[in-house]
Design a protein around this ligand. Structure first.
Ligand SMILES: C[S@@+](CC[C@H](N)C(=O)[O-])C[C@H]1O[C@@H](n2cnc3c(N)ncnc32)[C@H](O)[C@@H]1O
Length: 211
């Protein structure tokens, strides 16, 4: 975990440039549309990085809590969103610093494949939602690019969509869908191998009445 933190601290100042080589704006448009944000909504962005999702959520009228384990990333996003309704919280995805029912939506782009225990993290995300709140996650489909573990500290080589849907349902979410975004994640290894990995969007709604 501390290796991952050091990696993201090291790349924080270059992350915006790196990210543009990996994936484009279509991903965040898909997340914002799926989150169906109301003006003034309180949203948690997990693995917020430099604020790729947070910035556009605020542009759409939301207030954002940005969670990340990297101090470097949090410094970047705090400076980018200075004066805007953004609150940084430093924590790991396994111990989310969110109260039960605190937020209207939780979103996470390209964070889940870094999570220690994705099912547990999804359960914690779901608990943080108000009844009727939405969880929206975009991440990589299953792939075989092992070099992403060593070069970019990926813990998981993407996910099977059926597993993600099951974790959402096990977390008590309903109306669960996991669909193709028609967007790609395209990193290049240090020896020149270019990956082209499809990105899914998973969405679920917290039951209005918990049984
Ligand atoms: C691939 S970047 C994505 C950043 C941002 N969501 C984006 O789309 O540009 C992953 C982010 O998750 C953070 N991260 C990685 N592992 C984490 C963990 N276990 N807990 C919390 N944050 C983590 C990293 O510091 C980094 O900011």
């Amino acid at each position: 975990m501390s290796d991952t933190r050091e990696y993201f601290d090291d790349v924080a100042a270059q992350w915006d440039t790196m990210r543009k080589q990996f994936f484009g704006d279509g991903v965040r448009r898909a997340v914002i549309e799926a989150a169906d944000l109301r003006p003034g909504a309180l949203v948690a962005d997990i693995g917020t990085g430099t604020g790729f999702l947070a910035e556009v959520a605020i542009d759409n009228g939301a207030r954002v809590i940005g969670v990340d384990l990297s101090e470097g990333m949090l410094q970047q996003v705090t400076s980018r969103l200075a004066g805007r309704p953004f609150q940084p919280r430093r924590a790991t995805g396994n111990e989310l610093p969110l109260a039960p029912g605190e937020v209207d939506a939780v979103m996470a782009n390209m964070f889940l494949h870094h999570a220690e225990d994705p099912a547990e993290t999804i359960a914690q995300m779901a608990r943080a939602l108000k009844p009727g709140g939405r969880l929206v996650i975009t991440d990589a489909d299953s792939h075989e690019h092992e070099w992403l573990r060593t070069e970019q500290h990926d813990r998981w080589l993407g996910f099977d969509r059926a597993d993600v849907a099951r974790w959402f349902r096990d977390a008590g979410l309903e109306d669960v869908t996991v669909e193709d975004t028609h967007e790609l994640c395209s990193p290049t290894s240090t020896c020149g191998t270019k990956a082209s990995i499809t990105i899914f969007l998973a969405r679920g709604v917290r039951r209005k009445q918990q049984s």
